[in-house]
Design a binder for this molecule. Sequence first.
Ligand SMILES: Cc1cc2nc3c(=O)[nH]c(=O)nc-3n(C[C@H](O)[C@H](O)[C@H](O)COP(=O)(O)OP(=O)(O)OC[C@H]3O[C@@H](n4cnc5c(N)ncnc54)[C@H](O)[C@@H]3O)c2cc1C
Length: 471
Amino acid sequence: MASVFQALTKATSLRAVNGAGAEIQLEHAAIVELKESLRGPLLMPGNTTYNEARKVWNALIDKHPALIVQCEGVSDVMNAVDFARERDLLVSVRGGGHSISGKSVCEGGMMIDMSLFNSVRVDPEAMTARVDGGCLEGHIDHETAPFNQVTTAGIVSHTGAAGLTLGGGFGRVCRHFGMACDNVRAVEIVTPDGTLRHASHEQNSDLYWALKGGGGNFGVVTGFEFQLHPMNPTVLAGDIVWPGDQARQVLEFYGEYGNDMPDALNLNVILAGSPEGEHRTIVEAVWSGSPDKGDAALAKLRKVGKPIADTIAPVPYVRFQTRNDNDNRHGKYSYMKSSLINELTPELIDELLAVRRADGVYFIFFMQAGGAVARVGQQDTAFPHRGAHSNMMVIADWSEPKEPAETIAAVRSAWARLESYTIGFYTNLMDASEQKTHANFGVNYPRLVKVKNRYDPTNLFRLNANIKPTV
Ligand SMILES: Cc1cc2nc3c(=O)[nH]c(=O)nc-3n(C[C@H](O)[C@H](O)[C@H](O)COP(=O)(O)OP(=O)(O)OC[C@H]3O[C@@H](n4cnc5c(N)ncnc54)[C@H](O)[C@@H]3O)c2cc1C
């Protein structure tokens, strides 16, 4: 590290980019001062760990920040935010790095990397967890499990808790306990003016509301307090697999039963190819309710068609939560389209059967909503799509570098046939224009703009589902 800073002191300044995309110069004395103000590392091109630190989950993304601040505490975050604001530097914030469009890394700006700031403290009496801003979902599950308590986390354990929660947060128990954002009791955040603020029902309640679905628009979250719920650490979970010719039956069942099945049952559906190149329909089922009621809850699903496999069995929830980790490991290339649907109409099912692929170019994935997700009012949090049945995704991923044009074209062409059945999108999974983002937040947009105007009038935090300030 020393050599990079020595080299910097010989140069007069470092080239960087501001929020509007214009080139600016960062004085070396200011960078040295920033470095001295931090407990965590400050990385620049040339540092040995710089290339590793700038990588995000999706290998299609390859960006080079001028500076990476690896925050180890609130003070580091405040110093980084002050430095960036004073220079109007382009800023990205990295939690777990899972943004598929790569919003957590930037070209020429400052990446505020929260990954080293990641402890969780559970208060089993109060049934709350205090979670640092750089925690992964697996950190939360790991720490809450010994107390037979849980809060909603995503289905891949190395996803960042902050990014997932700020945009909403679906998971295997969201129908049971609400989305991740619904379980946030309080937030600690460094806002663009460099101030540490607390947001809850009692304090800065407008900001608290906006942070539950409004994404990374309002600053850097240094901590959340999550509500925990009692849950048996062993759930009934696994997959039921049907051959391709029974897909219609399964989708019809999922469409109808999905709306009124018990909250504690979660079904995610996959239309994929088998290793032999045949169509398969897979339902991942998780029963997180009382163990003695699980078989009854699953009975209807098990009567659909003639499955070729059924692996549903008692399994520790925390172990099941890591089952997709390797398939979704860092460094894979990924391209996807996704949006929410209200129902699986016969016409949508026809299209799904027409565009599904047995050759594995992409798979189609439905993540279920409903239950407790739907019982929160549309305007109670910034996340607007409470009535959705599922999040529908067309996902292509691959491990080796290759020319992706054909794969991307295949996903787009499938999506062109599915998109008209959707009702809006999940901002955590889709990158969209300002106009589409505005329309997607719907009735909640004007209130989000008010909060943005108040806390981030210069749009310092713009690499997100951006709410444009109007002041
Ligand atoms: C493999 C995989 C599995 C997924 N599974 C699920 C799932 O089960 N459920 C679900 O709902 N979504 C899921 N997602 C989508 C996920 O919610 C988003 O990708 C989310 O942005 C990930 O958060 P992150 O912190 O890992 O991302 P990052 O790329 O680090 O950050 C994304 C954005 O979040 C904001 N952000 C991150 N940290 C902070 C912070 N500390 N303070 C302020 N803003 C911050 C920033 O705006 C940043 O641009 C998945 C994505 C992937 C790639």
